[in-house]
Ligand binder design. Structure first.
Ligand code: NOJ
Ligand code: CA
Length: 551
């Protein structure tokens, strides 16, 4: 693939509500982000993705936008945003905003107008159906029917997610024009591009027919009929041509439901997006991304196979976006390392495992210090609407209250949304007030200040991983291959070009392992658990290394 500017970026995701509060109201904000830019520059990242900061009633923490042109007052003002742009630019950091255009908030003036006046053109900006009962049995991602009845009319509207997130009607060309002009206004301001939310949902099966139920609620997952449906390519191509292409912007799409055989269309040389997130590895512990109340057992072998299949398919077509955390996932150490979630060697192994995969790596706030899941005592302690739904659905499908609570404690999206742990103090340096969501823990080791002061910390390890990537272009532009493995728990991949090769080797188990390896090599990065001898590599429990091979 031809080299593109965004391939060598290192992206850091900010969940603005929980990153840094600047005014003591307990809610993170743009001025808080500005105050931490030196921190991000020191870590070495080159681009930030900020989850939505636009005006919103916050039913889904900003993924329900009521004004695409203004900031939520709790996050700041347009002037703050322009200052953020200027300050990031000074430090060589680019900005990705979150583009949420599958749906708006029900408080968006378009929707409000559509409600007030059935004759208004805005009725057709959304999906309304006249009916005496809900028009079909599709289940929304956040639970219950996708249809919500209007109070005074025999009319329903469609929502893929929460009822406060009505879907925009992409079949309407006028709506599409409004979206494109909004996107281009932001690009004109000088942002680098977008992370594109839930974009594979914009096309529905227009027959709107009921399908075979798949739950005791008599409903069926709407993903079957409204995700990556035939015809979506027309909208996505238009979006690419009208917005992303003219600005040479970077886009990373949340595009669940896209098969590996369709990657050419999505991320090929003239694909709709620069890259897409693949959730197959992140969701290996649950029945599906929408039914995480059903946990699934997995082995390191499963993880390895998912990563390998994904990486080879992505390399075949375009470019990847490797990640192990985001604001919708539980914390990676809790998921992948289980009882070893605070083992400092294991944490570094996990970082090395994914960081040099093929693509532009993403780091989620707090990942660089090894933040872990929390344990809450009752449903009332949760904020996330999806967690609350999964709790109830789990019980309807046969879990006891205790089991349902355990499931959401483990998998809740709130796990990754707790305040960023900057220091060892009651509000962890996030706020001088009361944090909007309780902190995970006040820890003397899992905080930024302690880890920046410790040359052997996970934070320093990430900083080094980033520095090595920047000075070693083959770790960005080289091909990826997965050499034959002899040990199930040992991950291996090689990044190479005509002149050089680097091997990543990671023991994802608590047992020592030996791997036959007759090529001499030099350790470039390691968590101290790896020894190269004449014929093999010896790995301590969770030993991991980046090895420069002699070619
Ligand atoms: C995906 C986002 O990542 C998630 O946080 C949000 O709830 C849904 N899309 C709906 O916008
Ligand atoms: Ca604030």
């Amino acid at each position: 693939m031809e080299n593109k500017w965004w391939q060598s970026e290192i992206v850091y995701q900010i969940y603005p509500r929980s990153f840094q509060d600047s005014n003591g109201d307990g809610i993170g904000d743009v001025r808080g982000i500005i105050s931490r830019l030196d921190y991000l520059a020191e870590l070495g990242i080159t681009m930030i993705w900020i989850s939505p900061i636009f005006k919103s009633p916050m039913a889904d923490n900003g993924y329900d936008i009521s004004d695409y042109f203004d900031l939520a007052p709790e996050f700041g003002t347009m002037a703050d945003f322009e200052e953020l742009l200027a300050e990031t630019k000074k430090r060589g950091i680019k900005i990705l905003l979150d583009l949420v255009v599958n749906h708006s908030s029900d408080e968006h003036p378009w929707f409000q107008e559509a409600l007030k006046n059935p004759q208004s053109k805005y009725r057709d900006y959304y999906i309304f159906k006249e009916a005496n009962e809900r028009p079909n049995n599709w289940r929304s991602i956040f639970g219950g029917s996708v249809w919500e009845k209007l109070p005074d009319e025999e009319v329903y509207y469609y929502h893929t997610f929460h009822k406060k997130q009505p879907d925009l009607n992409w079949e309407n060309p006028e709506l599409r024009e409004e979206i494109y002009s909004m996107i281009n206004q932001w690009l004109e301001l000088g942002i680098a591009g977008f992370r594109v939310d839930a974009i594979t949902f914009i096309k529905k099966d227009l027959s709107f027919k009921s399908i075979e139920p798949d739950g005791v609620d008599g409903l069926a997952k709407c993903t079957k009929t409204s995700r990556n449906q035939p015809g979506i390519e027309v909208f996505l191509k238009e979006l690419q041509e009208r917005c992303f292409k003219p600005y040479d912007s970077v886009t990373v799409a949340e595009a669940p439901g896209v098969g590996y055989d369709e990657l050419d269309d999505f991320i090929g040389p003239d694909g709709f997006f620069s890259m897409i997130f693949d959730f197959k590895a992140a969701d290996l512990d649950v029945a599906s991304g929408t039914e995480w109340f059903k946990p699934v057992a997995w082995t390191p072998e499963d993880l390895f196979n998912r990563l390998k299949t994904s990486q080879l398919a992505i390399q075949e077509s375009g470019w990847g976006a490797p990640f192990i955390e985001n604001h919708d996932q539980n914390r990676a150490p809790s998921k992948y390392l289980k009882d070893n979630q605070t083992n400092p060697v294991a944490l570094k192994a996990l970082a090395l495992l994914y960081f040099y995969l093929y693509g532009t790596p993403f780091i989620y706030q707090g990942q660089e210090i090894g933040m872990v899941n929390f344990e809450r005592e009752s449903l009332d302690d949760f904020d996330d609407i999806s967690s609350i739904d999964q709790y109830h659905r789990g019980m309807a499908e046969g879990l006891t209250a205790e089991e349902a609570l355990a499931v959401i404690n483990y998998r809740s999206r709130d796990n990754s949304r707790t305040p960023m742990q900057w220091e060892d103090s009651p509000s962890v340096g996030f706020t001088t007030g009361q944090p909007w969501l309780a902190v995970t823990e006040q820890s003397s080791v899992r905080n930024v200040a302690a880890q920046m002061a410790d040359p052997d910390s996970l934070w320093r390890f990430y900083q080094n991983l980033i520095a090595v990537k920047k000075e070693t272009p083959v770790l960005t532009h080289g091909q990826i291959a997965f050499p034959e493995r002899t040990e199930e728990d040992v991950f291996l991949y090689r990044r190479y070009d005509e002149d050089q090769a680097y091997l990543v080797i990671v023991n994802l188990s608590g047992q020592a392992q030996t791997v036959v390896y007759p090529r001499p090599g030099e350790l470039v990065v390691t968590n101290q658990g790896v020894t190269i001898t004449t014929n093999d590599i010896k790995l301590a429990p969770f030993g991991a290394a980046l090895i420069k091979e002699e070619c």
